[in-house]
Design a protein around this ligand. Structure first.
Ligand SMILES: Cc1ncc(COP(=O)(O)O)c(C=O)c1O
Length: 406
């Protein structure tokens, strides 16, 4: 029998060997053959202490990078209270303060906390349906989603996600969810006032190839949804909380949605999601209508409170807008120079480039050269640097990316 060295800081198996051997972790991800052991600023380090410039931000989560002193202090302070979890049977100060911090920055007065992006969208669907049922009876329950959208991997959020190979093995998905083309004339037909409860849109479609939805389109959709009494849900799980250079991406369009879903960067890497609700939809929800054991616990809420204040800082947002525009211009210049990029799309610190080879090959070569990036579809490379990345960091990453294009 092996006795585990409980108090030893030495790994039982050297990390590099551990990464190389078969693992009991469920094989639903394709991890590269390295193991990350620490992070600092915009860099991650593997078991051989090799540095990687991280332009994935843990898929849009680590907006403040790694080893952020403020996040660490917020975590420590929260731990000192002895309250990691209490359940929602009781109020705690962090959840209340976080709710105030979010609604004071949003045109929506109510918030529900949960644990992930998919869970936030599932909650938003339920809230919209509950409200719509009061308004139009049980027939008014359909959810409409858009071509190219990604809303999560649970049954209803997957039904709203336009990725055939994610969906096919799990049919039948949740009913009453339809995906339509991203065109106003199609939506005018699809958003039937009698049967549709809600439409869900990502103001910037992330997984779907980094497609910035035209603010004009969002304004027209807002007008149409108001006319038909259909709830407008904005999924800001990837594009919200500063990533576009606006605290909420919808601010750019000057609209007020009915529901907004948040997650990824919200709690500095701890799992947390949130749904912001209009007063009208919030008033349709009654005690017992929805719930989740861990949602808005004191530890995650304390950290999120710190993160929200940092991400709402006008200086940080201006930096993301300005340096993000510079990043976009540099990517466009790279496309021109290399002739290896078909299109460049994005805003703020969220960019997609269509490449002429499998995007996964570019990701692999970039990693081998010390830069971590993502794909968003077969031929799109996606870049999501931490929002604290400086122009110098961006320039370093761009140089590696150019080399990785081959
Ligand atoms: C726009 C959007 N919505 C929902 C989700 C699902 O979030 P989670 O993976 O936390 O369930 C994601 C995740 O990538 C996302 O980008």
């Amino acid at each position: 029998m092996t006795v585990l060295p409980v108090h030893s800081s030495e790994p039982i198996v050297p990390a590099a060997d551990a990464a190389a051997r078969p693992s009991p972790l469920l094989g639903v991800y394709r991890q590269p053959p390295m193991e990350l052991v620490r992070g600092a600023g915009v860099e991650l380090f593997d078991a051989d202490d090799r540095a990687y410039l991280d332009f994935t931000s843990g898929i849009g989560v680590n907006a403040l990078g790694y080893a952020d002193a403020g996040v660490a202090a917020a975590m420590r302070e929260a731990l000192d209270t002895g309250l990691v979890h209490t359940s929602n049977l009781f109020y705690t100060a962090p959840a209340r303060r976080l709710a105030d911090a979010l609604v004071s920055r949003a045109p929506l007065p109510s918030v529900f906390f949960c644990n992930s992006g998919a869970e936030a969208n599932e909650g938003a669907f339920k809230f919209a349906r509950r409200w719509a049922r009061d308004l139009g009876g049980p027939a008014k329950h359909e959810i409409v989603a858009l071509r190219g959208g990604f809303h999560g991997r649970l049954f209803a959020s997957l039904a709203a996600t336009d990725r055939p190979h994610y969906r096919a093995p799990f049919r039948p998905l949740a009913g009453g969810v339809t995906i339509v083309e991203r065109e106003m004339r199609v939506l005018e037909r699809a958003l039937d006032a009698e049967t549709v409860a809600a439409v869900i849109v990502e103001p910037v479609q992330g997984e779907g190839g980094v497609r910035v939805i035209d603010p004009e389109f969002l304004r027209d959709l807002r007008a149409l949804t108001q006319e038909r009494r259909v709830a407008l849900i904005l999924d800001e799980i990837q594009c919200g909380l500063g990533r576009t250079g606006y605290f909420f991406a919808f601010e750019r369009a000057g609209i007020v949605p009915d529901l907004v879903t948040l997650a990824k960067p919200l709690a500095g890497g701890l799992p947390m999601g949130a749904v912001l609700l209009s007063a009208e939809i919030a008033s349709a929800m009654k005690p017992g209508d929805h719930g989740t054991t861990f949602g808005g616990g004191p530890l995650v809420a304390s950290v999120a409170l710190h993160v929200v204040e940092r991400l709402a800082d006008p200086e940080l947002l201006a930096h993301v807008r300005e340096d993000g525009a510079w990043l976009g211009a540099e990517l466009a210049a790279m496309a021109e120079r290399t002739q290896r990029i078909r299109a460049v799309r994005g805003i703020g610190y969220m960019w997609g480039i269509d490449v002429m080879q499998p995007a996964a090959d570019v990701v692999t070569r970039a990693r081998e050269a010390g830069l971590l990036i993502l794909t968003a579809g077969e031929f799109t490379v996606r870049i999501l640097p931490p929002l604290v990345a400086t122009r110098d960091d961006l320039a370093r990453g761009l140089a590696i990316l150019e080399g990785a294009l081959g």
